[in-house]
Ligand binder design. Sequence first.
Ligand SMILES: [Zn+2]
Length: 404
Amino acid sequence: MVWQGGRTKIKAKAGYDLCPVSFVRRSIRMATLDEWDRRYVTGETAAVTKLFFPNAVAAYRIVRKIETTNIRTQFMTGHGGFSEYLERFKCKDNPACICDQDISETVPHVLLECPVFAQERVQLETELGIKLEKHVVKELMSSKQRDRFLRYSQRSYHKMANTKPFTVFVEGNIGSGKTTFLEHFRQFEDITLLTEPVEEWRNLRGWNLLDLMYKDPSKWAMAFQAYVSLTMLDMHRRPTTTPVKLMERSIYSARYCFVEHMQRSGILHPAQFAVLDEWFRFIHTEIPIEADLIVYLKTDPKIAYERIKRRARSEEQCVPLSYLEELHKLHEDWLVNRTFAECPAPVLVIDADLDLSQITEEYKKTEHQILRKAVDVVMRSPNKLSPKKPITSSPIKIIPQIRL
Ligand SMILES: [Zn+2]
């Protein structure tokens, strides 16, 4: 640009020797990128990042298209839970991978060679029809298969770092629409879905414990609940490779709602109750159970009753309304009123009184947000441990965790 003197000439001749600011900006940006690229390519640092991006220009273009998460950044830079990196900063005694004492756990090793992740790698290779090698990574990053490849990286990282998944329990009365709710999360690859192991309760070495319990509760409640605890514990302890684990009910609702009801209504003899309660206490104190969020599907017992009648599951047909009302009260006292028992995680309350088809629509609208919103609210809220009232005023409410 040319300096035109001290005065501003409003009616100046067209300045053909001038150029638009946008052009200058673009030139500066390109020059900066060129210099960045020169340093990136010739420099000795960023060896891991170069595995993903051959040059700075490609990196600039691709990074703007992908969602950057904490884990992705760790993977693309190598600055994360890799033994080789941790050892450099004296956070670990040696850089070895668990597969071989003589091999360092680095990003290329985990992604391309390590036998620990062979299953996920073969799956990726079969799906994309490729052999995952060093030069292929760059090609994948600038292709349409990038997202699939990033998911593989993410899963491997979770498995490697043994990162605990964000664990959600979906709680609610019988007929509260848990199945409908859970079905909406089945499509997400990053979520492991564990539904109530009803089939196991229906067939224990040929015996239908669920049916026996409904038909003669005073005789079978104890055996049934003992088996429920075992199968639930199995679900809690099942390892996952995804960042989110969604469970239908938990060992907590088994104890605080169902066993509690059996005790209060006299179905369980006090001695039988004492045995179940001792089991629960032992598990609760001795075995670590992850719980990050409880999604509570709050339903009017009358609505739940109508739904149960309509869906006609054979074992549930003799369930009276009064039973649902009592279970509802126990859920409310445990998760909302907080007058009974301990709540292991913050609670997300969802109004599940809507007709099931409407709920389906609601979930479709919010399926992407429900968990993310919950996670955000819970994690970011400074009130997350405050015993005050729910944080949000929307139909989805979060009640902070309280330990009684
Ligand atoms: Zn290895």
